[in-house]
Ligand binder design. Sequence first.
Ligand SMILES: *[C@@H]1O[C@H](CO)[C@@H](O)[C@H](O)[C@H]1NC(C)=O
Ligand SMILES: *[C@@H]1O[C@H](CO)[C@@H](O)[C@H](O)[C@H]1NC(C)=O
Ligand SMILES: *[C@@H]1O[C@H](CO)[C@@H](O)[C@H](O)[C@H]1NC(C)=O
Length: 456
Amino acid sequence: MADIPVGSCCMLVLVCFQVLSADVHRGHYIAAVYEHHVILNPNPAAITSRRSALQLMNRNLDIYEEQVIAAVKQVLHRLSCMALKNQVFLVVNLGTKQPCNHSDRRCPPDGRYHFNTNVVFSDSGTLIARYRKQNLYFERAFDTPPEVDYTVFNTPFAGKFGVFTCFDILFYEPTVKLIKEHNLKQAVYPTAWMNQLPLLSAVEFQQAFAVAFNINLLAANIHRPDLGMTGSGIYTASESFIYYNMEDDKGKLIVAKIPITPRRETNSNMQTSFSNSPMDHQICRKEDQEAHCEKAETGAQEAPPIFHGEMMYDNFTFMPIMEAEGEIQVCSNTLCCSLSYQRLFVSKELYALGVFDGLHTVHGTYYVQACALVKCGTLDYTSCGQEVTKATERIDFQLQGNFSTAFVFPLLLKSGITLDFADYLGWEKNHYVMQKKGASSGLITAGLYGRWYEKD
Ligand SMILES: *[C@@H]1O[C@H](CO)[C@@H](O)[C@H](O)[C@H]1NC(C)=O
Ligand SMILES: *[C@@H]1O[C@H](CO)[C@@H](O)[C@H](O)[C@H]1NC(C)=O
Ligand SMILES: *[C@@H]1O[C@H](CO)[C@@H](O)[C@H](O)[C@H]1NC(C)=O
């Protein structure tokens, strides 16, 4: 491979790596991800030229090498204690450069492409795969590869792993195509993700991604709380092992034993518990919508107000939840979101159901269809959509939307940026449904984040 490492990157600099290893027990393997505290330029916005960015990366290369060696030692130590040292695969993100031809119109003036690259080393230390980031996130130092990389590598203990990085997780190319074409059950995902509540906190979306595709996802973020970057995890479709720490500068190694085949509770089981659910009768299904919704309206005092508010830079249509229990519906363009809710105790907290169906255009262009029950910042409607990290109110709910895309990512974020799993998830005719009852802590976000890739 002609790639020459030039430093670590992603948002200019990223250091993170992941180690995979075979488990002594059949059917499982050990995954490890490391959230690394990386030293970045104190003012990344000041880096305007490619040249200064590359200089920064070269300076970081020294630190990078040191840190990786130290970290690998630590990991290797842990794993060797488990007698696994011979089957460690390592995935590292770094910057690489590749000579190009000036007859190629896209070749930069210095005659080299610079890529944000993940490299994969096998258990024998051989470089076996590389992935060049497709969806750059305002990374001026880097080029988009001339053709899309669809990267998988094979392991003797868990078969094929897909590789993608950072912002790629929101796009069809290469991520979704890769998973579908190779029928992947494992993916590794180094990232430098700036958390954005209420819908795109790193751990929140990483879990949603693993659940939506029913895969194991090994995600290593970098650790920079000052930049809003923290949140790594090892995710199966039914369990998450995460690290999220905004309090100090400690990096963290996460190690977990996970099943090779992600096991989501079977649909039929969930279906049964779903149809026995006491909340079932509250759903406004299409066929009984008129009769049932009329009944609901008779009981209601007056319809809650509809208002607009900015959430994640998008113009959401909101409706507050006003009662101890009830059901509401809000629509935007062709997406209608309905919520049946029952508050376990009514706190002095404001929650609202928001819907957005449109092209997101700030910090990237991509089409979103989203239904989200969020805790608002204050008791003021204008605070709905703000970033909130604490909540006390526990709410039983069923949230659904008639999405136009099959790609819906279920978000369930609780107080203190902890994660929860829905009791039921799935399609009911043309509605995607999420249900959760008996939560043990306050709700920050319950969301269905749809990506309509064709409309990007
Ligand atoms: C650039 O193109 C020329 C002419 O096609 C070729 O001879 C040369 O090997 C190319 N160089 C690289 C770096 O690809
Ligand atoms: C949000 O959308 C509504 C309805 O389309 C519109 O009336 C309102 O002006 C929009 N708000 C902003 C800030 O664009
Ligand atoms: C969703 O439901 C609303 C209200 O019934 C309807 O107007 C809209 O066309 C539906 N959207 C889709 C994609 O079916």
